[in-house]
Design a protein around this ligand. Structure first.
Ligand SMILES: [Zn+2]
Length: 272
């Protein structure tokens, strides 16, 4: 299709936006609908692996890593690129086990930015798969790469014109702060698979620390769920409101957090 200036003017937006809309319209929807998880580092899967595993039969699950975790093993491993290579191989094995499609945005661990290049790369993926739902890190996170992911997703969605359901997951509790869960997903039935997925991140699991902390956190979140379960993963939405009939609510394992309704979700539109 050729895009004339008249067509572009008709949209009253940039040629890039016209292209984005055209690609979205042209994308073939066949088979399962897609969902997408964007995380900063390969092992950030610990924020959502159980839920992704629960959803993988129903949806075409895509995982996008902003970086390859190049700084995860010290300066020498970053300088000779061995860490990035090793963690890429670990992530490929982990996502193969989970049955997802893996993408890398090739930012550098510790210096990631939601700049034009990664925004464009993510936008291309979004337009290709037209996800029903997207998940990423909660914006308040003291790891700069995690925080960048939410800005990156917001910008890529805005440029794409797509409006999928938007969810946020929790990373380490000492990093993700002030996230009030809207949903708790019971991952007890698939927890052994979550641990298996995380076990592929060998270089980040010294003394089994990654798996032990993940188990502790999942137990803690499981106790908060109503009714309580052995293991849970928390998620929230952009404004704390549950998304009726959404991807997470398609799981019988999902419970709406009892505190969700108490979050002040007033916007200017609600004011008298
Ligand atoms: Zn991380």
């Amino acid at each position: 299709m050729k895009y004339t200036s008249a067509m572009i003017n008709a949209f009253r937006v940039s040629p890039l936006r016209v292209l984005a809309v055209a690609m979205a319209m042209a994308a073939c929807v066949h088979g399962k609908e897609a969902i997408l998880f964007l995380s900063a580092h390969p092992d950030d899967t610990d924020g959502f692996a159980g839920t992704a595993y629960l959803l993988k039969d129903k949806y075409d699950v895509h995982v996008v890593d902003l970086t390859r975790g190049e700084r995860g093993l010290g300066q020498a491993g970053q300088d000779d690129a061995s860490t990035g290579y090793r963690r890429t191989q670990e992530e490929i094995r982990a996502q193969a086990y989970c049955g997802t499609t893996l993408h890398f945005l090739k930012e550098v661990d510790g210096s990631a930015a939601a700049g034009d290049r990664p925004v464009y790369e993510l936008m291309k993926i979004l337009l290709e798969i037209k996800p029903k739902a997207v998940f990423t890190h909660w914006p308040i996170d003291n790891h700069v790469d995690h925080a960048q992911c939410s800005a990156l997703m917001a910008n890529a969605l805005r440029k794409s014109g797509l409006k999928p359901e938007r969810y946020f997951f929790e990373e380490w509790m000492r990093q993700t702060r002030n996230m009030v869960p809207t949903y708790y997903v019971d991952i007890s039935g698939v927890f052994k698979h979550k641990l298996k997925i995380l076990s592929f991140y060998e270089c980040q699991n010294k003394n089994n620390y990654l798996l032990r902390m993940t188990e502790k956190r999942a137990r803690w979140r499981g106790k908060q769920r109503v009714p309580a379960v052995e293991f849970a993963e928390p998620f929230t939405t952009w404004d704390g409101r549950p998304i009726k009939g959404g991807v997470l609510e398609s799981l019988v394992e999902t419970a709406v957090a009892p505190g969700a309704a108490s979050v002040d979700i007033t916007t200017e539109a609600d004011l008298p």
